[in-house]
Design a protein around this ligand. Structure first.
Ligand SMILES: C=C1C[C@]23C[C@@]1(O)CC[C@H]2[C@@]12CC[C@H](O)[C@@](C)(C(=O)O1)[C@H]2[C@@H]3C(=O)O
Ligand SMILES: O=C(O)CCC(=O)C(=O)O
Ligand SMILES: [Fe+2]
Length: 393
């Protein structure tokens, strides 16, 4: 039986962690070593001088905000997520929820163009062009990072990790998450913020979907500023808000590249042994906006567990500003076979995962809750549970 992983005893905001920050403009051999070290020791790092054009980022962020500021009934035309499309509060198919709304899209152009018709009804072509421009820039970044990782790990074939993502049948995704601010706990303000629409009915319960419109956000902000009972504005030190926006999980694909609009929220579960350090402070120098990179489950499997797919979550604690994050999930084609690379299997490190296809892994992942450890089911010493899962259809 699979059990959810334990809740971390302690977690701190990403900014406060010893998260490596890697400047990609340094000498390639040095960058390759730094990337390999960050992936082995932490599974998570930040990059600067990444080469993704600032205007492509700005256009993508604006397209996200434009969509999320539409009235709820308009946004719902792009949903429900099956798993692609617009979703609000519900994550996946197994009862996970979070304080967010999102757009989940396939990174290939024809699929995105199709969805765009429901996302930007006035100008679908503009939306799909913006997404496509962003995706191709971030896909290139993902592949360069994976190629340097291959060099840093001294793989015989340095393209082995990136090739599946460059493949024209790659099953990569892009996700835009929107975490509305929480003007808790003034009930009136919450009501103004959220337009409640019934989306799913169970036998006894109604699962409500709440979404924030731009007007509602502005109205709620104004009300929050005035209200004496608004906890966040008047009493923030006594009542720290802790709202989970997107619960604890690891990303199933090969690599994820996340960027957010500067509002805090991302947290990673740092392994006890992870090295401290991270970004130096100091003012006066402007650096390009950073992206966070994290190792996904497939990269853990391909490296036979040498790299770790880090568990992370996003909080939705901002009291006045929306948080918008955009994540590219680099994945192989559905029928690619995932197996530890030959040089990762040694006498000291025997094979830990059996070969599987990405399609098989996806099927398992969609049958499980967000926080469950999926890769564990593909360990070579867990054949009993795999047989059970193979029976699921
Ligand atoms: C609860 C779920 C949502 C998710 C599919 C799953 O069954 C388990 C993994 C979840 C996750 C986490 C990372 C990405 O955001 C995501 C798109 C993915 O590939 O795996 C989501 C899935 C989802 O929201 O559909
Ligand atoms: O929105 C975020 O910052 C993180 C979300 C996330 O981890 C995901 O969508 O997989
Ligand atoms: Fe994630």
């Amino acid at each position: 039986m699979v059990v959810p992983s334990p809740t971390p005893a302690r977690s701190v905001a990403a900014g406060a962690l010893g998260i490596p920050s890697i400047d990609l403009s340094q000498r390639r051999d040095r960058v390759a070593k730094l990337i390999a070290r960050a992936c082995e020791e932490v599974g998570f790092f930040k990059v600067i001088n990444h080469g993704v054009p600032t205007d492509a980022i700005a256009r993508m962020e604006a397209a996200g905000f434009d969509f999320f500021s539409l009235p709820a009934h308009e946004k719902q035309k792009a949903g429900p997520p099956n798993p692609l499309g617009y979703g609000s509060r519900n994550i996946g198919f197994n009862g996970d929820t979070g304080e967010l709304e999102y757009l989940l899209l396939h990174a290939n152009n024809p699929s995105c163009s199709q969805k765009a018709k429901m996302i930007n009804r006035k100008d679908p072509l503009k939306f799909s062009c913006v997404v496509n421009e962003y995706v191709e820039a971030v896909r290139q970044l993902a592949c360069e990072i994976l190629e340097m990782l291959g060099e840093g790990l001294r793989l015989r074939d340095c393209g082995a990790l990136s090739r599946p993502i460059r493949d024209c049948d790659s099953d990569s995704l892009v996700r835009i998450n929107h975490y509305p601010p929480c003007y808790c706990t003034n009930k009136k303000v919450e009501d103004e913020l959220c337009t409640t629409t019934t989306t799913t009915t169970t036998t006894t319960n109604t699962v409500a979907t709440a979404t924030a419109t731009a007007t509602a956000i502005a109205a709620a902000a104004a009300a929050a500023a005035k209200s004496s009972s608004t906890m966040v504005m008047n009493n923030s030190s006594k009542h720290k808000i802790s709202r989970v926006g997107f619960g604890e999980h690891s990303d199933p694909q090969i690599i994820s590249i996340l960027r957010s609009n500067g509002v805090d929220g991302l947290q990673v579960l740092q392994p006890a042994a992870a090295a401290a350090g991270g970004e130096a402070g100091g003012g006066g120098v402007w650096v390009p906006v950073a992206f966070f990179i994290n190792v996904g489950d497939l990269l853990q499997a391909m490296t036979n567990g040498r790299l770790t797919s880090i568990r992370h979550r996003a909080m939705a604690n901002s009291s006045y500003k929306s948080r918008l994050s955009i994540i590219f999930f680099g994945a192989p084609p559905l029928h690619s076979l995932i197996s530890p690379l030959p040089e990762m299997i040694t006498a000291d490190s025997p094979r830990r995962y059996r070969p599987f296809t990405w399609a098989e892994y996806k099927k398992t992942m969609y049958s499980l809750r967000l926080s469950q450890d999926r890769l564990d089911l593909f360990r070579t010493d867990r054949n009993d549970e795999l047989t059970d899962l193979a029976d699921l259809d």
